[in-house]
Design a protein around this ligand. Structure first.
Ligand code: HPA
Ligand code: ZN
Length: 340
C-alpha cells in the first residue's frame, strides 16, 4: 500500500460499531489489574500470555477471553479498561463508539451488575467530555447460557435502563441460534431497547435470517455468511441493514483462511452496508486503524472504497439524523483537505 493511502486511513474520521469492551483488555493492563487485586494469572509474563493468543475457532478464543475478564473485580477496573480503550481509539480518529459489555461474564462470578456498568459508563462519559467521543452502550446476552438467565440479566438492567441503549447477543454461535432468545428479545424490544445480534460469523446464513425474523434486530454483527444466500443478500441491501464486519477477528478466528479471501470487497460492490470494526482488539492484533489498513492492503481497496466504509460506519450507527450529518460533514471536510 502506498504511504499516501496509509496516512489517509490513519487520519480518516471513524466510527466503531462492534467492540466488546472486555476484548480491549490488553495483557499489560490485565497484569496490572491482577496484581492490585492480588490475583495470580496462569501466565508468568505478558509475553507468555500473548503466545497463548492463537485460536482455531471462536470457542478457543472465548475460553481465553472469559478467563482474562476474571481480573475485573472493582468499579475502577471496569473504568480503567474502558478509559484505556477510549484513549487508544482517540489517537485513531474514532469519533463515535457503540460498545458491547457482557454483564453475565461478571455477575456469574459474584460481581454486582452495578459495579460493571458504573465503571464502564463513567469512563464513557469522561470520554465524551474530555475526548469528544460520543457513545451508545449495548448490553449483550451470552448465548451459551439459557434464555432464563438472559431474562434475569434484563431484569437487573431495569434500574440502569437510561444508560443502556441496546441489547445484543454474543458468545458461542453454533448450536445457539438466535431463536433460542426470541422471548427475551421480544421483551427487550417492548421495553424500548434497540436490538442487535451476532449472526453468520461461524453460523450459517439461516442464523442471519433467524436474527432478522425472530429477534427484530436493527443491525447484524459480523454477518459474513450472508452472501451464501442470494435472497438474504438482496434483503440486506434493500433494507440497508448494517453489517459490522471485523476483519482481523475473522482472520484470527479462522472465519476466513486469509484476508485476501475476505468477502468485504464483494459486499461493498453489491451495495451492502458493511462497516469496519475491531471486535476484540487486544486479542486480534489491532484497533480500528489496524483493521482498516490490513483489509485495505489485502483486498487492494482504493480511496473510494475506504471513504464508502467510513460513510457506512456513520450510516449504520444508532446516532440520530443531526448527529450523523455532523459526522458526515467532518468526513467530507477531511476528504476535501486530503485531496489538496
Ligand atoms: N463472537 C461472539 N462472541 C464474542 C465475540 C465474537 O466475535 N467477541 C466477544 N464475544
Ligand atoms: Zn463480536
Amino acid at each position: 500500500m502506498d504511504s499516501e493511502l496509509k496516512s489517509f486511513i490513519e487520519g480518516l474520521p471513524k466510527v466503531e460499531l462492534h467492540l466488546h469492551i472486555e476484548g480491549s483488555l490488553e495483557p499489560e493492563l490485565m497484569f496490572k489489574i491482577a496484581e492490585r487485586n492480588n490475583l495470580a494469572l496462569e501466565y508468568d509474563s505478558v509475553e507468555s500470555l500473548k503466545k497463548a493468543y492463537k485460536f482455531n475457532n471462536l470457542q478457543e478464543f472465548l475460553d481465553i477471553y472469559y478467563k482474562g475478564a476474571q481480573v475485573l473485580i472493582h468499579e475502577i477496573d471496569f473504568f480503567d479498561l474502558t478509559w484505556a480503550y477510549l484513549e487508544k481509539v482517540h489517537t485513531q480518529k474514532v469519533h463515535h463508539v457503540e460498545v458491547f459489555f457482557d454483564p453475565q461474564t461478571h455477575t456469574e462470578r459474584g460481581i454486582h451488575f452495578n459495579t460493571v456498568i458504573k465503571g464502564i459508563y463513567e469512563a464513557l462519559k469522561k470520554g465524551e467530555r474530555d475526548l469528544g467521543i460520543s457513545f451508545k452502550l449495548i448490553m449483550c446476552f451470552l448465548r451459551h447460557l439459557s434464555e432464563e438467565d438472559a431474562f434475569k440479566t434484563l431484569e437487573q438492567a431495569k434500574e440502569y435502563k437510561s444508560l443502556i441503549y441496546g441489547i445484543g447477543l454474543d458468545s458461542s454461535e453454533l448450536g445457539n441460534p438466535p431463536s433460542k432468545f426470541k422471548n427475551v428479545f421480544k421483551e427487550a424490544s417492548n421495553q424500548g431497547y434497540v436490538c442487535v445480534a451476532h449472526a453468520g460469523e461461524e453460523g450459517p446464513a439461516e442464523y442471519v435470517w433467524d436474527a432478522l425474523n425472530t429477534l427484530n434486530i436493527a443491525r447484524i454483527d459480523h454477518g459474513n455468511r450472508s452472501l451464501d444466500d442470494l435472497s438474504l443478500t438482496q434483503h440486506l441491501i434493500k433494507e440497508q441493514i448494517g453489517l459490522t464486519i471485523c476483519p482481523l477477528s475473522n482472520l484470527e478466528l479462522c472465519v476466513v483462511t486469509e484476508l485476501k479471501n475476505h468477502p468485504l470487497k464483494n459486499m461493498l460492490d453489491k451495495g451492502l452496508l458493511a462497516t469496519i470494526n475491531s471486535d476484540d482488539p487486544a486479542y486480534f492484533g489491532g484497533y480500528m486503524n489496524e483493521n482498516y489498513l490490513a483489509i485495505s492492503k489485502a483486498l487492494e481497496l482504493n480511496k473510494m472504497d475506504i471513504i464508502q466504509l467510513a460513510k457506512n460506519g456513520i450510516n449504520a450507527s444508532f446516532l440520530d439524523y443531526d448527529e450523523k450529518q455532523k459526522l458526515h460533514k467532518i468526513l467530507t471536510d477531511y476528504i476535501k483537505l486530503s485531496t489538496v
